[in-house]
Design a protein around this ligand. Structure first.
Ligand code: SAH
Length: 206
């Protein structure tokens, strides 16, 4: 067993956590800690999320094998791989180009064919591929970006840590019914900040 005592109950999510080699997504110097239940640095001030949180957020998405999923914040690509084990097609957006590149390399080497990556500001989502059955945001935002709410399918689920960056956030699970979002609180978490991508002249994209 790779992970012992993780409080993850959904058998398919547990299987995916056992299957995906987390050490491949981690810089060489930290690999000895790959199967500890802790976040680890992946460079550029970012972290690979704690395995329990990856499992919990995946469980909350209640994925079906036919679902189309959007992830904001590819980071190492580890959560992306877990999603790709459970669903038909995963789209993932990362704002830090070198992280997206290295995630792409690892995911290709591991043989994933149902993942599309893009370097962009995830605030805008991936409109051409919408609607999505599930959306996961893996960085802390103050609110869910409105374009993402629009791109969530009817009956879709969205999981996101919301709160002030640099502080503790609340993990929310939203579901969309009759065009309205309903939300559930899933406790405190701590994520790196959701950052808006800047243009060369320092202004935000429209
Ligand atoms: N799921 C990843 C989490 C990485 S940390 C993993 O387990 O490895 C969150 C990531 O979100 C960081 O890589 C950060 O660069 C990215 N991010 C922050 N703001 C973003 C934005 N506006 N659009 C896309 N990605 C963003």
């Amino acid at each position: 067993m790779r992970f012992k005592d993780l409080a993850i109950h959904e058998p398919k999510v547990k299987e995916a956590l056992e299957k995906v080699p987390r050490e491949k997504f981690i810089p060489v110097g930290y690999r000895a800690l790959a199967y500890e239940n802790m976040p680890l640095p992946i460079g550029y001030g970012q972290t690979i999320s704690q395995p329990y949180i990856v499992g919990l957020m995946t469980e909350l998405l209640a994925l079906k094998p036919t679902d189309k999923v959007l992830e904001i914040g590819t980071g190492s690509g580890y959560q992306t791989a877990i999603l790709a084990e459970l669903t038909a097609q995963v789209y993932s957006i990362e704002t830090v180009e070198p992280l997206a590149k290295s995630a792409q390399e690892v995911l290709t080497r591991l043989g994933y064919k149902n993942i599309s990556l893009r370097v962009a500001d995830g605030y805008y989502g991936w409109e051409e591929e919408s609607p999505f059955d599930a959306i996961i945001i893996t960085a802390a935002a103050v609110e869910v970006p409105p374009p993402l709410i629009k791109q969530l399918a009817e009956g879709g689920r969205l999981v996101a840590p919301l709160g002030a960056p640099g502080e503790i956030q609340i993990l929310w699970r939203f579901s969309k019914h009759d065009g309205c979002l309903h939300r559930e609180n899933h406790g405190f978490v701590r994520f790196v900040p959701f950052t808006r991508r800047k243009e060369e002249n320092g202004t935000l994209k429209p």
